[in-house]
Design a protein around this ligand. Structure first.
Ligand SMILES: [Ca+2]
Ligand SMILES: [Ca+2]
Length: 217
């Protein structure tokens, strides 16, 4: 319905969140807390769809023989790979900051112990959730996929030092896991008074119904 609501100022504060540049411009990569990966391994890559759309792909713990850590490793990370970007949480009074992204989490094993974490990193190694307290934005316990969307606690507005971090841990087996991330969006949105929003939504719905009736006639 957001498309039908006019006068809703919105600006995005993230670089290359849809990976449309075909590279990791705007993003940083980390292996095991030691920094950028070595060249030639597959921890971070870009998946290109048949439509020419790019998404970020992170994999850990794949071996030439699945589950055999004595075989040839396909990835560099021993503990975890992290893709991150510093966040600009600038907002005016009355504005909310919303964060959203598409994710998928898969692997070689159904009973897995890998761990996929998305959090607001505070620079000291701790993660915070959308409410600003210690925790995660997302920490799925099973393989799956979805769209995450949340409004950040306004107490976070205009604070600095934050990074959005996508971290994939290897777990304690030799089975691989991977995540795909796309359409990462951070937007400042002017809060619309509820009565106005309801009225606009109602008029947009009425418009839709009217349009359908015309089509049927
Ligand atoms: Ca994309
Ligand atoms: Ca593993």
């Amino acid at each position: 319905m957001a498309l039908f609501i006019p006068n809703l100022s919105s600006a995005t504060n993230l670089t290359n969140g849809d990976f449309s540049s075909g590279d990791f411009s705007g993003w940083s990569q980390d292996i095991d807390g030691l920094g950028e990966p070595l060249a030639g391994l597959n921890d971070f890559s870009l998946e290109e769809s048949p439509m020419g759309e790019y998404a970020a792909h992170i994999e850990t713990d794949f071996w030439s023989t699945a589950g055999d850590t004595g075989s040839t490793p396909r990835n560099e990370a021993f503990f975890a790979s992290t893709l991150y970007q510093g966040l600009d949480l600038t907002a005016s009074a009355g504005q909310n900051i919303t964060l959203s992204f598409d994710w998928s989490f898969t692997g070689e094993e159904s009973a897995f112990d890998e761990n996929f974490i998305v959090g607001l990193g505070d620079g000291s190694g701790n993660y915070h959730g959308a409410d600003g307290t210690l925790g995660f934005l997302l920490n799925p316990m099973e393989y799956g996929s979805g769209t995450y969307s949340a409004t950040l606690n306004t107490a976070l507005n205009n604070t600095t030092g934050w990074a959005l971090e996508f971290q994939l841990n290897t777990g304690f087996d030799g089975y691989g896991s991977k995540i795909v991330i796309d359409n990462v969006s951070l937007s400042t949105v002017s809060a619309v008074p509820v009565p106005a929003a309801v009225w606009l939504m109602g008029s947009a719905l009425a418009g839709l119904i009217g349009f359908q009736r015309k089509n049927q006639a």
